[in-house]
Design a protein around this ligand. Structure first.
Ligand code: C5P
Length: 396
């Protein structure tokens, strides 16, 4: 990696502190970091910290005679293999989407002929604003790659999408773009199911559950990061499709099964979705009316078990992984599930621990026919990265 270099543009935002950690991770991996600090960015981190970690000087002024003498902005923009903007403000997105070149950062982004990766960080309302979303669409069409933003609590006290991706996740998105990452799953086809299913009761009512899809999406993303060709069959979630993943949106369990079968043959299947066990027998074509006869009786019928079906398929993937959300006696139930479903691993998690369902952390145990591996509690992104590595080792 020694010969690889990134141009790291640090925009203004509280997430700028994470750019320091990103710099450290990149340097540790032997990647050169040439930092550009915007005027707003310099309100949050100092040029000295950035320069010390990057082991390079920090560029910030478009019209600095010294900089121009040493390295003009055009040369600067070409001096790296990849431009990374972390944090990317709404302003930086708007500037590049519209082709502004009003400071060193925007001029460099406009002048570069190298790939650009943006890690947006902003208030949720700024992120959701139609102007920002239009700029996002435009930038994507122009070939800009994105990592994050993620959903969570914000420094401004609000909650929602807009938190910058964690340094490790940005690092993981950078490495394949530099072409230097280990891609142990290159050429492997993977099916990941994620999110809840939604089973219609009538045209307006649904039977569904609280699954956020976060863990499944993080796993799909981590597997793609290792080079896998990932089909993410997803029930309804509020999450953006991870970069480099083919997402197939579905609603019901039966649609999810059909989408999985259509994605066969595959080398690996990871069933993370919280599939509804039952669905109303008939959804009817008209909205059920309140009547004098009291509430309607719903007749439920069993849904297909996608994990069990994939495990039995004649084109069975070599490795089939299921998840088990349990509230008690987690590992014993997981071991029983392994047999019942016919899969190779069950990743058990204790959802009785507060914050697991819909939260950002997970404590899991991998139950295989060979035994149990218990992992300490960690962020769902970290669980995903380690699980993807573990899967890659298994397939070696
Ligand atoms: O039986 P239980 O729902 O606890 O099993 C959980 C595992 O089975 C998960 O991997 C889930 O994705 C999968 N599953 C499935 N289809 C169903 C029910 C569960 O694929 N109908």
């Amino acid at each position: 990696m020694d010969q690889k270099r990134i141009l790291l543009i640090v925009g203004g935002g509280i997430a700028a502190y994470k750019a320091l950690e990103l710099t450290r991770l990149l340097r540790k991996a032997g990647v050169g970091v040439r930092p550009i600090l915007t005027a707003a960015g310099a309100q949050f981190v100092t040029p000295l910290s950035l320069s010390a970690l990057a082991e390079d000087r920090v560029y910030s002024d478009l019209f600095s005679l010294t900089d121009e003498a040493e390295m003009g902005h055009i040369e600067l923009s070409r001096s790296a293999d990849l431009a990374v903007v972390a944090p990317t403000t709404a302003d930086l997105m708007a500037k590049l989407a519209h082709g502004h070149a009003s400071d060193l950062a925007s001029t460099t982004l406009l002048a570069t002929d190298k790939p650009v990766l943006m890690a947006p960080a902003m208030n949720v309302r700024m992120w959701e604003h139609p102007a920002t979303q239009r700029n996002l669409d435009q930038l994507r069409r122009d070939g800009v790659r994105f990592v994050g933003p993620e959903e969570g609590a914000m420094a401004c006290g609000e909650y929602g999408q807009g938190r910058m991706a964690e340094p490790q996740a940005i690092f993981d998105a950078i490495m394949p773009l530099l072409g230097g990452a280990a891609r142990p799953l290159a050429g492997k086809r993977v099916i990941v199911t994620a999110g809840p299913t939604a089973e219609p009761i009538d045209p307006v009512r649904l039977l569904t559950n609280r699954s956020s899809g976060k863990q499944g999406y993080a796993i799909a993303s981590a597997l793609a990061g290792l080079g896998a060709d990932v089909t993410l069959v997803s029930g309804p979630t509020a999450l953006p499709a991870p970069a480099g993943v083919r997402r197939v949106p579905v609603e019901t369990a039966r649609e999810m099964l059909a989408a999985c079968e259509a994605a066969l043959p595959a080398d690996i299947a990871v069933c993370v979705a919280a599939v509804a066990d039952w669905r109303p027998e008939s959804a009817g074509t008209g909205k059920m009316k309140k009547g004098s006869g009291g509430p309607p009786q719903l007749t439920l019928v069993e849904n297909p078990d996608i994990l069990a079906t994939l495990s039995k398929d004649s084109r069975r993937p070599r490795l089939v992984v299921g998840f088990a959300a349990e509230t008690d006696d987690v590992e014993a139930h997981a071991a029983a599930k392994l047999e019942k479903k016919g899969c190779d691993w069950i990743v058990a998690n204790d959802v009785s621990v507060e914050g697991t369902m819909g939260g950002d952390e997970n404590a899991i145990a991998i139950v295989t026919r060979g035994g149990i591996e218990r992992w300490e509690r960690m962020a769902k992104g970290e669980v995903a990265r380690r699980l993807a590595q573990r899967i890659a080792e298994e397939l070696k």
